[in-house]
Design a protein around this ligand. Structure first.
Ligand SMILES: Cc1cc2nc3c(=O)[nH]c(=O)nc-3n(C[C@H](O)[C@H](O)[C@H](O)COP(=O)(O)OP(=O)(O)OC[C@H]3O[C@@H](n4cnc5c(N)ncnc54)[C@H](O)[C@@H]3O)c2cc1C
Length: 396
């Protein structure tokens, strides 16, 4: 499906002029999630003509815990986007519980806020439209790099050309398969579920993580006092029950807090959303000369609650390097790729490594239960884990 022009940049052009501009932008961004949208805003602010390809329309729900670390607030404000206008729940505490109901609550050093992806992505999309970012709602099928130029082909068989491509197409895309990326060759055992509920007993300042056999479920408020339940579970554990309802009732509800929640909460969706094959394997930061941003460069374990902040931060790092590449003739493509790679590793490698250790622990139910038990007994351990998976405020 192709829908252009969805939003035109400033001014009125002839159709030919418009198509020329759109087909030859300064920067092409594949994927209009958080990484793609913030990079589009950032690059447009520095005067670049940006074209974003997004396969889905806005607004839409995505499987996500919807807890955003405050790390991103200064940067979002510098882009001219103020999410605070939505009167979002401010979250300053984390409560975890074991399957047996043992709990521990700690203060989150930086804290965060709750916002649904339905609202967040749509808000950034509208801001990008207002700034003059062009959008094409179609799935990118192929990207080629020839003679120092990218050629992007959509499913409508249209071709677009650009000097730079930011690949912000998320954790698992058709392009990962086309590009034969290494992580996609292996099966991943993880499945994610998410649903919004009406439920009055969850304090607005707390994000809760509750352990159950084969996984854990997170509860936190988003705008309008709605509670988001999002869980990550091993496929093996999920499939034993045969359906989502049975899984929530029999497996997730083995945790006493989730049992209480499901017995009282009213779902807002007809059925929970689900995604399978969630992979935490390392990925290339530069692939076929594209700068990979957000989850396309690596997904941190959701237990760390930091993927969105990292996606937004990576967009900032990429935008700065792209700006230098386009403005400064002495700044070569090699500089662009080398610098971005270095910055990415400096900022995210350690966090992703910690996330992968958590994921490995989760693979072994016995060890994970033991780990959760230890964490629920040790405030210092839990605070250390939070520190090692979170960054500092992203400043301009
Ligand atoms: C179960 C779970 C819970 C999570 N909970 C949290 C949390 O509480 N807090 C947190 O900070 N992070 C959380 N995360 C991580 C967070 O959701 C991601 O890190 C974040 O969404 C990354 O943003 P992104 O822009 O990289 O990708 P996305 O938001 O996934 O955007 C990618 C976009 O690319 C588009 N796309 C894909 N392929 C193509 C194509 N070929 N052509 C055109 N468009 C394409 C997609 O439609 C999509 O809109 C969670 C993740 C999971 C799996």
């Amino acid at each position: 499906m192709i829908r252009i022009p969805v939003c035109l940049g400033a001014g009125i052009f002839s159709l030919n002029h418009y198509l020329h501009e759109v087909k030859n932008p300064d920067v092409i961004i594949i994927g209009g999630g958080l990484a793609g949208l913030t990079a589009a805003l950032d690059l447009t602010n520095s005067g670049k003509q940006v074209l974003v390809f997004e396969k889905n329309s806005y607004p839409n729900h995505k499987v996500c815990g919807e807890y955003v670390s405050n790390e991103v607030l200064p940067y979002l404000e510098s882009l001219g986007t103020n999410v605070q206008q939505f009167q979002l729940p401010k979250i300053d505490s984390l409560r975890i519980s074991t399957q047996k109901g043992k709990t521990m609550e700690v203060k989150l050093p930086l804290g965060g806020f709750g916002i649904s992806r339905y609202t967040f992505d749509n808000f950034l999309y509208n801001a990008a439209c207002q700034k003059g970012v062009d959008f094409i709602f179609d799935s990118v099928q192929k990207v080629q790099f020839l003679d120092d130029t990218f050629c992007v082909t959509t499913s409508a068989k249209e071709k677009y050309f650009g000097k730079v491509v930011l690949a912000a197409f998320g954790k698992r895309s058709n392009l990962d398969i086309k590009m034969q990326r290494e992580f996609i060759q292996a099966k991943s055992p993880w499945l994610g579920l998410k649903c919004h509920y009406e439920y009055e007993s969850l304090p607005s300042n707390v994000v809760e993580l509750h352990n159950f056999p084969g996984g854990y479920g997170g509860l936190s408020q988003v705008e309008g006092g709605i509670v988001n339940f999002c869980c990550l579970v091993r496929y093996e554990s999920f499939k034993q029950e045969g359906s989502i309802d049975a899984f929530l009732e029999k497996t997730a509800s083995q945790n006493p807090f989730l049992q209480e929640f499901f017995s009282k909460a009213t779902p807002k969706f007809k059925a929970p959303l689900s995604i399978a094959q969630i992979s935490f394997e390392p990925k290339k930061t530069i692939d076929q000369h594209m700068l990979m941003c957000g989850d396309a460069a690596g997904l941190i374990h959701p237990l760390c609650g930091n993927g969105m902040a990292m996606a937004i931060h990576s967009a900032k790092l990429a935008s700065e390097q792209v700006d230098m590449f386009l403005e400064n003739p002495n700044f070569t493509r090699k500089d662009l790729e080398g610098n971005y790679q270095l910055l990415w590793e400096k900022n995210f490698r350690r966090r992703l490594w910690t996330g992968r250790q958590l994921q490995k622990l989760m693979m072994h139910t016995k060890w994970f239960n033991l780990g959760m038990g230890l964490t629920a007994n040790s405030r210092t351990l839990l605070q250390g884990l939070i520190r090692s998976t979170h960054g500092k405020p992203i400043l301009n």
